[in-house]
Design a binder for this molecule. Sequence first.
Ligand code: SF4
Ligand code: SF4
Length: 106
Amino acid sequence: MDRVADLVHPTDTAGADVPDCQSCGACCAFSWEWPALIGFGDGAGIPPHLIEDGRMRCEGNRCAALAGTLGEDVHCTVYADRPLVCREFASGSEDCLAVRRHFGFG
Ligand code: SF4
Ligand code: SF4
């Protein structure tokens, strides 16, 4: 199987302390404003019912494309077509660690 972190987000961090995205999901449930479609062609391939007002539809702050239990076992159901902002959000980055702390995921 691929590295677990790659299944939700790519990573540009080569160190051994990169968090496991599949047991997290914090950035996908942090803000309804965040998973916006911003690039040309962004959102292509994503089912229309998961898009709302130029961004991923959210239920509260949680992206509707996120499946599973936050902090336990999650995955992105539109991984291959996920928005640009999601592709660029790197596990192990400062922003990643900040949202993890918000949820108490260390
Ligand atoms: S907050 Fe970090 S570790 Fe958690 S899913 Fe997002 S990128 Fe992965
Ligand atoms: S589209 Fe996927 S990677 Fe992006 S916020 Fe939603 S669940 Fe997370």
